[in-house]
Design a protein around this ligand. Sequence first.
Ligand code: HEM
Ligand SMILES: *[C@@H]1O[C@H](CO)[C@@H](O)[C@H](O)[C@H]1NC(C)=O
Ligand SMILES: *[C@@H]1O[C@H](CO)[C@@H](O)[C@H](O)[C@H]1NC(C)=O
Ligand SMILES: *[C@@H]1O[C@H](CO)[C@@H](O)[C@H](O)[C@H]1NC(C)=O
Ligand SMILES: *[C@@H]1O[C@H](CO)[C@@H](O)[C@H](O)[C@H]1NC(C)=O
Ligand SMILES: *[C@@H]1O[C@H](CO)[C@@H](O)[C@H](O)[C@H]1NC(C)=O
Ligand SMILES: *[C@@H]1O[C@H](CO)[C@@H](O)[C@H](O)[C@H]1NC(C)=O
Ligand SMILES: *[C@@H]1O[C@H](CO)[C@@H](O)[C@H](O)[C@H]1NC(C)=O
Length: 507
Amino acid sequence: MWSFKTLLALPTILGLLAVASGTFFYPNAQTSLIEHILVDTHGAHSSGFADAITPCTNYVSGNQSLGRTTAAQWIRVAFHDFVTADVAAGTGGLDASIGFETLRAENSGTAFNDSFSFFRRFVNPVISNADILALSVVMSVGNCGGSQIPFRAGRIDATEGGPFGVPAPDTDLATTLSYFSGAGFDQVDSIGLTACGHTLGSVHHGGFPTVVGPEAVTSDNLAGGIHLDSTVAVFDPLVVHEYLNGTGQAGGPLVTSFNVSSRSDLRLYESDNNATMITLGNQGEGFLSTCVGLLKRMIETVPSDVVFSDVISPIAVKPINATLDFDAHGNLIFTGYIRVLTPTSSAPPSTPLFLNIPLSLPVPLTPESTPGTSVFGSTTFYPFSIPISNPETLTSFHVASQTFSLQTSTFIVPSLTTLTTTSSSVLNFTIATTSLLAPSVKVQAPVPQQGTLGPAIKTFDSVAVNNVGRKKGYALWGGSVDIGVVTGAVSVVVLDEGGKEVDIGFF
Ligand code: HEM
Ligand SMILES: *[C@@H]1O[C@H](CO)[C@@H](O)[C@H](O)[C@H]1NC(C)=O
Ligand SMILES: *[C@@H]1O[C@H](CO)[C@@H](O)[C@H](O)[C@H]1NC(C)=O
Ligand SMILES: *[C@@H]1O[C@H](CO)[C@@H](O)[C@H](O)[C@H]1NC(C)=O
Ligand SMILES: *[C@@H]1O[C@H](CO)[C@@H](O)[C@H](O)[C@H]1NC(C)=O
Ligand SMILES: *[C@@H]1O[C@H](CO)[C@@H](O)[C@H](O)[C@H]1NC(C)=O
Ligand SMILES: *[C@@H]1O[C@H](CO)[C@@H](O)[C@H](O)[C@H]1NC(C)=O
Ligand SMILES: *[C@@H]1O[C@H](CO)[C@@H](O)[C@H](O)[C@H]1NC(C)=O
């Protein structure tokens, strides 16, 4: 079948560059949106995710006087999701099944629904509940004093609860080690992982009255939390040192509890005569790297059908929401942002930044005055909006000596696409194409599901479209989907005849 699309596909720089897309997510939608959560943590254009753990003592789900901390909760939730994995069978692990398991005694405490209700709005057709849960571990650790855990995406959400098998304070040592072993962690790994987890947070009387007595409850500690180490909100080696020295929190309530049967950490740490704890103590700050290794293994324990992405690292020069659109006068424009990341130790960019497109003079970019900040450095945002008269020549653009490819034969028109979010959401979209064929469209939306606060993804395949006119050489096709209740970003995907993604947009 003849079309502009196939003609235009030929001259692009094949292979070397990211998959082309009309709405340009670099290097693809999943990586771009996850990198946004990881890197745009504070200041301009932040995603809001890190607000929950800023400062690291913060409790986002209720009164600060409760004595709970969100950063610690996230790590514990991920541990409970992971530890029921059966690695021999290739099932379970980080699959967000924990969202369905909140009523089990082994998952006592408010952490599970607290976390899922905060994560909810970040889940979308390219970011699963399980990826958000894994990312929450990376962000808690990386933003609260620990080192960066490399993050890979691609986890698949469970659709129901999984097996039981989370160790509790009164679980005997053999059973505890057998639970860890089922998830692929031997005794040394289990001691290390537990010490890494227990450098943040508390054991609360509210949830664990057989570990912590009612005397812990005070007016500014209403849930009665006793800290696991003296730096409750800092991911550091102190829990190990305090345990070995008997100083500070002396390892925390799971070592010191009035109730001997509740001293699960003491039983675990002593199970090799403290050899592993002494080794961890001798590592000093090296403990942080040990934790990166163990926590990475924890969040990468997944069902065998998961295919991980590459590691998602901060992107130095990042096009954001770069897309064709029609302006108020019906003219075709290329619009979006370029984000430049400056590492903490370097000076911010001083030379003017230019955006180069074929057959045009370089376009100088003016930075917004407010930067973003994160543990990776500061970010400067350069908005752009460039009139385009020959879209067929716009096969790539260049910024700061980097080349980004795109196609312009089909695009979702942002200014003509709306999601009306009342109690029930209706998506009205418009697609512009130079093709003679009607576009093939798939719409996906995160929606509430029974039994968990984690959304499910609802898919509308082969959505009907109507020709609604022409603009600037493009045929316009419109469609509408009555989605119902929506919890986060909805995606519109245009597919080619072979079912391959041509463009994707989020609304
Ligand atoms: C023998 C194994 C373990 C047992 C029996 C155990 C038990 C507990 C208990 C009873 C609490 C108190 C929860 C609350 O009061 O809200 C707790 C807190 C916590 N656990 Fe564990 N845990 C174990 C291993 C781990 C591991 C391997 C990790 C992570 C890698 C972890 C991470 C955490 C964190 C971060 C907290 C603080 C939560 C908060 O402050 O809300 N735990 N653990
Ligand atoms: C938090 O709880 C304390 C103690 O019960 C109360 O005085 C305070 O008003 C509460 N704060 C908020 C924001 O609800
Ligand atoms: C000690 O813990 C065990 C196991 O959780 C529990 O059965 C017992 O009631 C606890 N004792 C006290 C005094 O809380
Ligand atoms: C005891 O604590 C001090 C101070 O934190 C630390 O330097 C030392 O290494 C600790 N000893 C052990 C055995 O961890
Ligand atoms: C392990 O270390 C703790 C804390 O120093 C101590 O109380 C305990 O007796 C030690 N156990 C063994 C078996 O060495
Ligand atoms: C990119 O688009 C999304 C979805 O419309 C929006 O939430 C976000 O703020 C945009 N990013 C920037 C940097 O404008
Ligand atoms: C969306 O499209 C439907 C059907 O074409 C139409 O009835 C409705 O008014 C549109 N809503 C908006 C907000 O454009
Ligand atoms: C958590 O939320 C789910 C979904 O709304 C609900 O079914 C479950 O009962 C809640 N769990 C707790 C402990 O409240």
